[in-house]
Design a protein around this ligand. Structure first.
Ligand code: PMP
Length: 407
């Protein structure tokens, strides 16, 4: 694959041109949210400046143009995740809303007391709490597959937990805390052998690797635009049409109906059935531009670039005395979680910030995983297209500062 030309990519991101504390910004928090290229910012602004109007139903030109631009993004997403049908692409606010939608509309109606929903020990709170809500409402149980010491999923443990009461499996593709890339194809096969459908939380895979929902075999897949170089407040739920067509609406309102009367309302077909109310029109349009941006860079090139940075970072950080990595699975995306002996993660984050290095410290919305590793928090550096070795060097230099500071 072609190599990623980082200098050219960096030039596309206005925020990276701004110094931080007089230093070059080393932005190492793309797992939380990615920065935005000019083309995404322009797409959103162009919409508001030149053709914005509410979508659907409008007979005037602006509304038709907005509708076309918004609806056109379904085909972009379809190609981006290799979905068989663009009617399977539902626009939502983000991964969180997508998971709640599936939990309430698809899973909850099939649950009886004693039924089980299987997740893993490395889920983001967004893939835990929605399941707890449906369990509380129905008397179903949440079952958790264990995580091994190196941050891999315990596949034997997972297999043993798929049983006759399992009704649904929901699993993260790439852990936002450990970087572990889970073998979702194998997990889906195991579940499907028992007739159990699977949702893959792609919040961290969509931005960093090629995604083929058909090859994967998933029933549902979701991601958030703000991590795929798009705006916040937009995202995608993809689901097999055979599931979507039988699912009841998640929310009621305008735009999701066929006919409304006080006696009986009938619902639109998917995806409209799941898009009640005026959506994030400009945000969805700009999300499409962000996905095209990733495609223009090339996903194979992107992987090679981010894996190169990961290897470089693990090597350089690994030479710092007192370094403890949390998450060293062999298949790992560009996320490094660590601790330094005797230094609190929040102190590290603060000192690194003074050096222009933006990392995240805390539990990364994975509190049960923190408990699993018996740590209160970690420092997390995560990579995107625009990172280079200078960013890793700045992190390493900053950590040496931290060590000097704490003696
Ligand atoms: N799952 C994972 C693995 C994530 O990293 C995140 C975001 N940190 C989410 C779900 C939730 O995404 P959002 O907050 O955009 O809805």
């Amino acid at each position: 694959p072609q190599a990623v030309e980082v200098e050219r990519i960096r030039a596309d991101f206005p925020i990276l041109q701004r110094p931080m504390n007089g230093k070059r910004l080393a932005f190492l928090d793309s797992a939380a949210s990615a920065q935005k290229p000019q083309c995404v910012i322009d797409a959103e602004r162009e919409c508001y400046e030149t053709y914005y109007a509410n979508i659907h139903r409008g007979v005037y030109q602006l509304s038709q143009r907005s509708t076309q631009a918004y609806e056109g993004v379904r085909a972009v997403v379809q190609r981006f995740i290799n979905a068989p049908d663009e009617r399977e692409v539902v626009f939502v606010r983000g991964a969180t809303e997508a998971i709640n939608l599936v939990a309430q509309s698809f899973v909850r109606p099939m649950l009886s007391p004693g039924d089980e929903i299987l997740i893993t020990g490395m889920e983001h709170h967004a893939n835990i709490v929605p399941w707890q809500l449906v369990c509380e409402a129905t008397g179903a149980q949440l079952v958790v597959a264990p995580v091994l010491d190196d941050g891999q999923l315990d596949m034997e443990g997972l297999r043993a937990r798929i049983g006759p009461r399992t009704r649904f499996v929901s699993v993260v593709h790439v852990s936002n805390t450990l970087g572990t890339i889970n073998p979702v194809e194998a997990i889906i096969s195991l579940a499907h052998e028992q007739g159990v459908p699977v949702l893959v939380d792609g919040a961290q895979s969509a931005p960093h690797m090629p995604v083929d929902v058909q090859a994967m075999g998933a029933d549902f897949y979701c991601f958030s635009a703000h991590k795929t170089y798009g705006p916040s407040g937009a995202g995608v739920l993809w689901g097999r049409y055979e599931h979507l067509k039988d699912m009841p609406p998640y929310q009621g309102g305008g735009d999701m109906i066929r006919t409304v009367s006080f006696e009986k309302t009938t619902y639109a077909e998917p995806p409209q059935r799941f898009e009640a109310g005026t959506p994030n029109i400009a945000g969805v349009i700009a999300m499409g531009r962000g996905l095209e941006y990733i495609e223009s860079v090339g996903r194979e090139a992107m992987i090679a670039h981010e894996q190169g940075l990961l290897d470089y970072a693990m090597d350089r950080l690994g030479h710092i005395p007192g370094m403890r990595f949390i998450g060293t699975a062999p298949h790992k995306a560009g996320v490094v979680s660590f601790l330094l002996d005797g230094v609190h993660p929040h102190d590290m984050g603060t000192i690194l910030d003074m050096e222009g290095v933006a990392v995240r410290v805390g539990h990364h919305c994975t509190q049960p995983l923190m408990e699993r590793f018996e740590v209160p928090a970690t420092v997390r550096a995560s990579f995107g297209l625009y990172n280079d070795r200078d960013d890793v060097d700045a992190l390493v230099d900053g950590l040496h500062r931290v060590k000097e500071f704490f003696g």
